[in-house]
Structures are given as structure tokens and as C-alpha cells.
Design a protein around this ligand. Structure first.
Ligand code: SF4
Length: 453
């Protein structure tokens, strides 16, 4: 069975003593995926740690009952965004409104809710929404045509509000209470939701389904909620089939499904931040990581469709780039294929006092004149050029290219980099079959430093 517990607070201390056993039990019960939502910076970091350790996924946000103090709001918001840079932190949540606990004034809750909505839209991240005694109000603030998936966690809106939510394409999170005897209205609502918009979630350690009420909830109990959803949706298909539908729904809701999979526009590597602008490249290098993987270090970098200029620029704008040594324009492909975008983005980053570097295969002289290439180079603080060979024959063998005379273009680009006085480094890959001694000698003749990776 494939199962997805789409909302499970494994970060809470209730799981400190037996977290590994809880996750093992859920795997034995067929739960292949778990999303851990969070409530503030600390829990977002803990959720990210658990997600990375156990190959799960997490979300980061301020819960409406755990909003930052006004005196540290900016700093806390920036720290939260920093967590969103972690490779398995793939959604924003849970945010929303809670007029039952009313821990904070409605105006403050609404301010933070709207802030999270805007951030989700800027980054293209799914949004997980908490609502308690505020179902109508959350719908008032959410966009009618959301550009990102919206997940109404543990939804308890009435039929009218549910119809509105469903018509806008939101996902409806269904939890343990659907199994409670007194909740006939909730069951009626759940039976009306289109199959493809339902998510199953345990909200562990809270809300255990029958017959475990009064005990700590855990993701292995997902199956009990799936069984109830199956019954409410007609009960004609197998439990495995219902579970698979719900798994696929969650994969879509969290943009993990091949149909709408999100690739990471930015990722951390060492003390630098990398910007992934394209999956296209003119070369097919024999050592290219794209031949064997979809990304690095748990980041998904392969685009099915390259990101819009707007998404790249708004992502860079949102993230705290000042915390990094430099911002590197690269790609799971060749960044100079998006010349205008990287020049514009680099200017925006440098205006914030952060150094930028361009990592390139050096073939852009095949489609740009020398003046344009010099203008491009002047947009960055440094450039790293993939040399990879000591001559045309070796280059064509190791880095076959659709560009005619690719080696000559590469040499022309290197000469232009020398002329532009930009800080330049050449690079070559070990064990690629290149004669590294001869590559080193060539770099010396070109009077440029060589990094052998
Ligand atoms: S130039 Fe870079 S991205 Fe393109 S194929 Fe070679 S290694 Fe891969």
C-alpha cells in the first residue's frame, strides 16, 4: 500500500523517546510519505532536521497561536525563510487564523496569515492553512484562483464553505474526527468532496481516530482514516485503491507529483547560495550529474519547464541572500541561455551588497557578439568557466556539444574574460578521461587559476 500522512507533527516532544519506532511502525503500515508541518522557527528547524534524517518532508511557518513578538518580527521572519531553503522543506505551513484560542488579536493573525500567503505565491510553495472558528475568514483572505496549491488542514467548515473551497480547487484535509460518532455533519461534508481534492492527515500527536481516542496519535493510524474516507466516498473500491488516490492527491498538493513537481530555484551549497535558472544546456558532458540524478543533496533541480523570470526574481528577493558569502548563477544546465534574466538578477543581488558569480560552459559567444559578452561579464564579480579539456579533440569527446566549433567558442570566451579583468577561474573534472596534466598546463598558459573537482 502507498500511503501519505499529509500532516503529522513529529517535531513535538511527544515523539522524543520513540521517534524512530514511530516512523518504522508507519512504514510497516504502508505510509511511504509524511509531511511535518511546523509552528514557529524552532519547530520548523526541528521538522527540517527530522525530514532530512528520515527522508520525509517538512513545512515551515508561524502558526496563528505561535506568532513572533513584534520586537523580533523581522529577524524571526528572516530566520523562517532560511529554513525554507532546506532541501526537504517543501511547503509553507501551518499558517492561518485561530479565533477559538485567540492567542493573538485578529489583526495580528490576519497580518501574518497574509504575509505567509504572499510568500507562498512568491516562492511557488504549497500553503497549509489552519482554521479554527475562522473557516469563513480564511476563505476571505485566500485567493480565489490560487497560483499554488492550498491545503485546508483539518477542515471543519460547513457545507456552504466547503463548496466554496472545493470550487476554488483547494485540498480538504481529513483527520481522526471524521471517525467520531458525533461528527455526522463532518462525514456528510467529506462525502461531498471530489475524490481528487481530499487529503488524509493524522495531525499526530493530536486527534487520534477511533478506537484510539485518548491516546497519542501516530502516522501508522492513517489507515483508519483512509478506511472511513473510503466508506464515505462510496466504499466500492479497495482500501489500497483509496489510499493510492489519497497518496497521489498529497503528491500533487505538495508539488511532488510528476504532473506539477516543483524544482528548487535556489539551494544552499557550502556557504554560498546557488540559483538554478534552467535545465537546458548545449552540451552533453559525459560526467554531467544530469545523466544520473535530478539534483544534488536532496534538492530537486530538474525543471520540466524552466521557471519564469518573475519566479526567479521574486525568489531571490524573498530569501535572505545577505547571509551568504556569494550568490552563484548556475543551473541544472547552462545559465547564459537566460542572459537577460541572470544579468537583471545579479544586479538586484549586488545592490544588496552581495557578491555574485557566474558558472558557465563558456559557449555564449556562439549566440552573442563580443560587446554583449563583455556586458554580461561586467554584471558579475567573478566567473568560473568549465575548461574540462586540453584541446578540441578531447573536448569534443568529453563534452559533446550541439554548438559547432564549441572549443573555439570556449577559448574566445576565456580570452574575453581575461580582457574584462573579471576575477576568473577555470575548472576541470577529475576522472572524466581528460589529461589533467595537459589541462593544467593550458590553464597556466592562459594565466588563469584552475580548480580540479
Ligand atoms: S556544460 Fe555543465 S550542465 Fe551542460 S552538460 Fe556539461 S556539465 Fe552538464
Amino acid at each position: 500500500m502507498l500511503g501519505f500522512d499529509s500532516h503529522c507533527h513529529l517535531h513535538f516532544h511527544d515523539f522524543d523517546k520513540d521517534l524512530t519506532e514511530v516512523i518504522e511502525r508507519s512504514a510497516a503500515a504502508g505510509i511511504s510519505h509524511i509531511l511535518i508541518p511546523s509552528t514557529d522557527v524552532k519547530t520548523s528547524e526541528r521538522s527540517a532536521d527530522i525530514a532530512e534524517k528520515y527522508s520525509l518532508y517538512s513545512a515551515a511557518a508561524f502558526h496563528p497561536d505561535h506568532l513572533p513578538d513584534d520586537s523580533t518580527a523581522d529577524e524571526d521572519w528572516s530566520s523562517l525563510k532560511n529554513v525554507l531553503l532546506r532541501p526537504r522543506t517543501i511547503a509553507i505551513g501551518e499558517t492561518g487564523l485561530d479565533f477559538y484560542h485567540n492567542t493573538f488579536k485578529p489583526e495580528k493573525q490576519i497580518f501574518w496569515f497574509r504575509r505567509h500567503i504572499q510568500l507562498a505565491e512568491s516562492l511557488g510553495y504549497p500553503l497549509i492553512v489552519h482554521s479554527r472558528d475562522a473557516e469563513s475568514e480564511v476563505l476571505d483572505h485566500l485567493p480565489e484562483k490560487p497560483p499554488v496549491p492550498v491545503i485546508l488542514h483539518c477542515w471543519s467548515g460547513d457545507q456552504r464553505l466547503t463548496d466554496v473551497a472545493v470550487s476554488r480547487g483547494y485540498y480538504i484535509g481529513v483527520d481522526g474526527p471524521v471517525t467520531y460518532k458525533k461528527n455526522g455533519d463532518l462525514r456528510s461534508v467529506v462525502s461531498s468532496v471530489p475524490r481528487k481534492q481530499i487529503l488524509v492527515e493524522t495531525d499526530s500527536p493530536f486527534l487520534p481516530p477511533e478506537p484510539f481516542r485518548g491516546r497519542r496519535n501516530e502516522p501508522a493510524n492513517t489507515r483508519l482514516i483512509v478506511m472511513k474516507i473510503r466508506e464515505l466516498q462510496g466504499g466500492s473500491e479497495s482500501i489500497e485503491s483509496t489510499s493510492f488516490t489519497l497518496w497521489e492527491n498529497a503528491m500533487r498538493a505538495y508539488r511532488l507529483h510528476p504532473e506539477n513537481r516543483r524544482a528548487d530555484v535556489v539551494y544552499r551549497y557550502g556557504d554560498s547560495l546557488y540559483v538554478n535558472v534552467t535545465s537546458k544546456c548545449q552540451n552533453s558532458c559525459i560526467f554531467c550529474i544530469r545523466n544520473t540524478a535530478d539534483g544534488i543533496a536532496d534538492y530537486n533541480l530538474r525543471y520540466t519547464q524552466d521557471p519564469s523570470d518573475q519566479l526567479v526574481l521574486s525568489t531571490i528577493k524573498e530569501f535572505p541572500v545577505e547571509k551568504f558569502k556569494e550568490l552563484v548563477f548556475c543551473g541544472f544546465g547552462e545559465p547564459t541561455l537566460r542572459t537577460q534574466l541572470i544579468m537583471k538578477a545579479s544586479a538586484a543581488v549586488r545592490a544588496r551588497g552581495v557578491r555574485t558569480r557566474l558558472d558557465t560552459n563558456g559557449l555564449c559567444t556562439s549566440f552573442m557578439n563580443e560587446d554583449k559578452v563583455l556586458e554580461l561579464l561586467s554584471s558579475f564579480d567573478s566567473v568560473s568557466i568549465s575548461l574540462n579539456a586540453s584541446g578540441a579533440r578531447e573536448y569534443n569527446r568529453i563534452c559533446p556539444s550541439e554548438v559547432e566549433n564549441s572549443w573555439e567558442h570556449l577559448m574566445r570566451f576565456i580570452r574575453l574574460a581575461g580582457r574584462s579583468h573579471i576575477e576568473t577561474q577555470l575548472s576541470a573534472v577529475k576522472n572524466s578521461g581528460a589529461d589533467i596534466q595537459r589541462v593544467t598546463a593550458l590553464a597556466k598558459r592562459l594565466q588563469m587559476p584552475l580548480k580540479v573537482r
